[in-house]
Ligand binder design. Structure first.
Ligand code: PMP
Length: 397
């Protein structure tokens, strides 16, 4: 346990809540979840499951109807052919990822994790006895991991490459060309599997287009675990439903672990997820269009703020902004801002705006802002950020 760090995002959210409870007016752009309510029809499906007595244990890998709906979506959206016994439903994508790593890592096995990244990956790798091999993509103009970086990082002990597209926290989306190039190098290293975390699949902004490695390189299909879920796309974070699609042998091993731990996610949540995946999908466009407008707005404001710069992300509801130009400056009360952690802490404590320090995503010198907040909240946060950065600029002069 000494090697495993607690979730830093959750720590920032907890500090924000504590300040709010004390009566401080905080604008939080820390959320890793949509600010929308779960669509009514999905909630009603959950209620109907309760009323209809569908409240007993389900199969470990999830109810068949839900697994069939997942298979149907993989076919419709990406022409991918899976069977229900290649699908496992768990308590969020997080449990699916944990199961996969617990099922496959021997002590000392390596997992390549391109960074900036969602820090759960390296921490769960360690929890499963493996070694995270962090590859820094922070200085790349696109934040994307390249075949050359893979070639330098791969060893005979590499078990997995983690590919998160769209990426939390950068919002980078791997396009068809990126994936074709990665597939080429992966073919030369057949001992490496790929964990494709596609949880933000539905949050990609045109002209960018989502692409799935399994569809681009069908010959690699049996080395790929697709991870996805309903949390982000359908505003269902609290329902805890995620899923994996991969080869039967892997899914079976993951089911053994899940069967001896949580068994399965709530039966009620599974019926709600079935409605999300097989029912009316019109909320997806509404959510995406809303996030897109907010993305454009927040990126404009950040780039107009003294000392901050950001690239416009192609997906997710996050933007990673560089604050490196502000580091080394002092606040008006003499506090040194030497790191993104200092900066984020000062923003929260002195200006009431909560963001997550980039260090939490292995992105030092940056902050992550979530635009899963109302236009009004984003505006107020940007006003405060601007005011804060201006005081730093004055101090430095
Ligand atoms: N993958 C990524 C990249 C994420 O950002 C998150 C949520 N923060 C998850 C997986 C987990 O989602 P859930 O467990 O809610 O399905």
């Amino acid at each position: 346990m000494q090697n495993v760090a607690p979730s830093a995002t959750k720590a920032m959210v907890a500090r924000t809540r504590a300040l709010e409870v004390e009566g401080h007016d905080i604008v939080a752009l820390t959320q890793g979840e949509p600010d929308f309510d779960t669509p009514v029809a999905i909630c009603e499906a959950g209620v109907a499951a309760i009323r209809g007595g569908r409240t007993r244990y389900t199969p470990v890998t999830g109810i068949l109807d839900l697994r069939e709906a997942i298979v149907g979506n993989l076919q419709t959206d990406h022409s991918l052919v899976y069977s229900p016994d290649e699908i496992i439903v768990g308590c969020g994508a997080k449990q699916v990822i944990t199961n996969a790593l617990l099922a496959t890592l021997d002590p000392g096995d390596e997992v390549i994790v391109p960074a900036p990244c969602w820090v759960t990956y390296p921490e769960v790798v360690k929890l499963a006895g493996g070694i995270p091999v962090i590859v820094d993509c922070l200085s790349s103009p696109t934040f994307k991991f390249t075949p050359e970086q893979f070639a330098r990082a791969v060893t005979p002990r590499t078990r997995w490459l983690v590919l998160n597209s769209p990426c939390n926290p950068t919002g980078a989306v791997y396009n068809q060309r990126d994936l074709v190039a990665l597939a080429e190098i992966l073919r030369m290293h057949p001992h490496v599997a790929v964990l494709c975390d596609e949880i933000y699949e539905k949050l990609v902004y045109q002209p960018a287009r989502f692409a799935s490695l399994a569809a681009i390189a069908p010959d690699l299909r049996d080395r790929i675990l697709i991870v996805n879920g309903v949390s982000k796309a359908h505003a269902m974070t609290g329902w805890r439903v995620g899923y994996g699609a991969g080869p039967v042998s892997l899914v079976k091993a993951m089911a053994t672990i899940q069967g001896q731990t949580t068994s399965h996610t709530s039966s009620i949540a599974q019926y709600a997820a079935l409605e999300a995946l097989a029912g009316n999908q019109s909320h997806l466009d509404v959510f995406r269009d809303t996030f897109r407008k907010r993305r454009d707005f927040i990126c404009d404001r950040l780039n107009q703020t003294e000392g901050l710069t950001c690239r416009v992300p192609d997906g997710t509801f996050y933007v990673l902004a560089s604050c490196s130009a502000l580091l080394g400056r002092r606040t008006s009360d003499g506090m040194a801002i030497d790191s993104d952690i200092d900066f984020a802490t000062w923003l929260l404590e002195s200006f009431g705006v909560a963001v997550v320090p980039g260090a939490s995503f292995l992105a030092p010198g940056h902050i992550r802002l979530s635009y899963a907040a109302s236009k009004d909240e984003i505006t107020r946060a940007c006003d405060r950020l601007q005011a804060a950065c201006e005081t730093l600029a004055v101090e430095a002069a």
